[in-house]
Design a protein. Structure first.
Length: 234
């Protein structure tokens, strides 16, 4: 793999980057209150207070809504109802039953976030082997990581896009914006996609170089190029 080692290292780094970015998505609210996939600013900011709702992979946090500035976060679990949280904290927002059921159901798909993280890490470990078999397996696992991440990404944007659209279309001071965790999962999908082709390219290239070297050694006659034996004068 020395001929394509530089590109292989790039693919390995992309898999590591995808793993780290997915971890950031995994630890979004309520694990880390300030990291969110969707943030709803409640629009009632006062001195040194910026109340908001942060939605994450396994729950949500209602932040800075009291005089003490204390955050109220849900327990971490798979699936929750973001519409219900918004309706409790934002006035004049009306969601249809279909929107409520859809967003609630799609939050259950977020279990794919940690699954994608595990797959990306496995692909990274396989790529570290730097052998032909390891690179082939790494490219296959990386492709699976991309597919799982893409499915989770689509479900995330659909679920929170419903909430974002209703909040921003309502006649209120509240505004919803995408959080950092939404962009980290997007970039991780791009990283795993690129890593799939880069690692697979290095695998194929390494096999091609090995075949060429074997063919060259096979075509060279025995003793060809060896230094001639000098005859002694005696």
């Amino acid at each position: 793999m020395r001929q394509t080692g530089f590109f292989h290292h790039i693919g390995t780094f992309l898999l590591l980057a995808a793993t780290v970015l997915l971890i950031i998505t995994d630890i979004s609210a309520p694990v880390v209150n300030g990291i969110s996939m969707l943030r709803v600013d409640l629009g009632v900011a006062s001195s040194n207070r910026y109340p908001s709702i942060t939605f994450g992979t396994f729950g949500y946090c209602v932040r800075d809504t009291t005089a003490s500035g204390q955050d109220f976060c849900s327990d971490s679990h798979v699936g929750y109802n973001p519409v219900s949280v918004v309706e409790q904290n934002v006035r004049n927002v009306d969601f249809s039953d279909a929107a409520t059921d859809t967003s609630k159901a799609l939050t259950r798909v977020m279990i794919l976030h940690p699954i994608a993280t595990g797959l990306a890490f496995i692909a990274f470990l396989l790529a570290l082997g730097a052998g032909v078999v390891g690179s082939l397996l790494a490219s296959l696992v990386s492709l699976l990581t991309f597919v799982v991440t893409l499915v989770a990404l689509i479900c995330d944007f659909v679920a929170f896009g419903i909430v974002k659209g209703e909040v921003n279309n309502a006649n209120t001071a509240s505004r919803a914006v995408w959080g950092a965790a939404s962009w980290t999962i997007l970039v991780s999908a791009i990283c795993s996609f690129l890593a799939t082709f880069i690692v697979f390219f290095t695998c194929c290239s390494a096999r091609l170089h090995r075949r060429r070297e074997a063919r060259v050694h096979k075509d060279v006659p025995d003793g060809y190029g060896a230094p001639a034996r000098r005859r002694r004068w005696w």
